[in-house]
Write a protein that binds this ligand. Structure first.
Ligand code: DAH
Length: 348
């Protein structure tokens, strides 16, 4: 055996020893292990460089050395691959643990709100009347005095037209003080049969207190057809009151005056709290007022294009806030506009 051969064999053994030592140091670090592959087995790796020196050997020694070097290369490669596989596993384990999601933890709860009590009441009332075949109509909140007053038989000089009772924008344009002008608009647009309700906002220059707000809501109702009587009005409102306040509810019609209806009445329902015996809710009366109504004045029909000799009709105006306050026992109207969550969350 020549010196060169034994030198090379020693170098080969040294390479293996160095490799093992370095592999130990690299541990299960995949990147460090890949670097080892380059350092030992790569194009400029120590094993490769050693093999290049085989030219110095005798022709007979070369296969011997070549065989030994190949064996080592295979051993190192196998070891390296084994380590790298282990390292990848370990890294994956760590990542899986870090990214683990505990599906048993409670989720993030998005707080669920609810519709405003006024909206709820408007929806309930609308459902009752659409169930009786009424359509929903709408009109502008900025309205002509002609529609809000004149054509509803409320003449100039009437106290409700005073600046203390109506917000004027110009002499003949106002914020509507009632939803009744929608009656006018509907009658001028369509011939009977008419059955509409109109929920909407109305405005009056009132100072806010427990029962007043300068902005509030009404629901107007209008039915016009041949042969409509006060009996139809009473029956319709009876049905309405029973559905909204309960099956035992009785209604009471009291004579009243509205310019646009004749005869006119105010409508009371038997107290939902005491059933009519008298209690603080109904102030001992047994009944609570819920709306104004009447037979559409023939003059109003005529002025708005409907022949009063052929047709008759009834109308009503429901105060939404008043109804909501009655149903939910709310003692101050301002609660409805204060955006106080503690108050509003009771209506979920
Ligand atoms: N518009 C009236 C008000 O604001 C309410 C009303 C009463 C409407 C009688 C009507 C009705 O349609 O017939 O006080």
């Amino acid at each position: 055996m020549s010196d060169t051969l034994s030198e090379m064999q020693e170098a080969l053994q040294q390479i293996q020893l160095d490799f093992e030592a370095e592999a130990k140091q690299a541990g299960l670090n995949a990147l460090a292990l890949e670097n080892l592959r380059v350092a030992y087995l790569g194009k400029k790796g120590s094993l490769t460089l050693l093999l290049r020196g085989m030219g110095k050997l005798d022709a007979a020694q070369r296969p011997l050395m070549g065989q030994a070097a190949n064996d080592i290369r295979q051993t190192l490669e196998a070891e390296l691959n084994g380590y790298i596989t282990q390292a990848r596993h370990a890294e994956q384990e760590i990542r899986l643990e870090a990214e683990a999601i505990d599906v048993t933890l409670p989720g993030q709860v998005t707080p669920l709100g609810c519709r405003h009590p006024l909206t709820q009441v408007i929806d309930q009332i609308t459902r009752i009347f659409t169930g009786m075949g009424y359509a929903v109509a709408a009109g502008p909140e900025v309205e002509y005095t002609r529609y809000n007053f004149d054509l509803l038989h409320i003449p100039e000089g009437h106290p409700s037209r005073d600046v203390t009772d109506t917000f004027y924008i110009t002499d003949d344009i106002i914020l509507r003080t009632q939803t009744s002008p929608v009656q006018v608009r509907v009658m001028r647009q369509q011939q009977p049969p008419i059955k509409i309700i109109c929920p909407g906002m109305v405005y009056r220059p009132d100072t806010p207190d427990a029962t007043h707000s300068p902005v509030f809501h009404q629901i107007e109702g209008l039915a016009v057809d041949r042969g409509i009587t006060m009996g139809d009005l009473a029956g319709t409102l009876q049905l309405y009151a029973r559905q909204l306040f309960g099956a035992d509810t009785k209604i009471r019609l009291r004579p009243h005056h509205f310019p646009f209806t004749e005869p006119s009445c105010e409508v009371d329902v038997s107290c939902w709290n005491c059933g009519g015996a008298g209690c603080p809710t109904c102030k001992g009366e047994g009944y609570v007022e819920i709306l104004g109504a009447g037979m559409v004045h023939p003059w109003v029909l005529e002025q708005n294009g409907i022949d009063p000799h052929e047709y008759s009709g009834f109308a009503f105006g429901i105060g939404v806030e008043r109804t909501a306050m009655a149903r939910y026992k709310i003692d101050d109207i301002r609660n409805l506009y204060s955006n106080n969550l503690q108050f509003l969350e009771q209506f979920k």
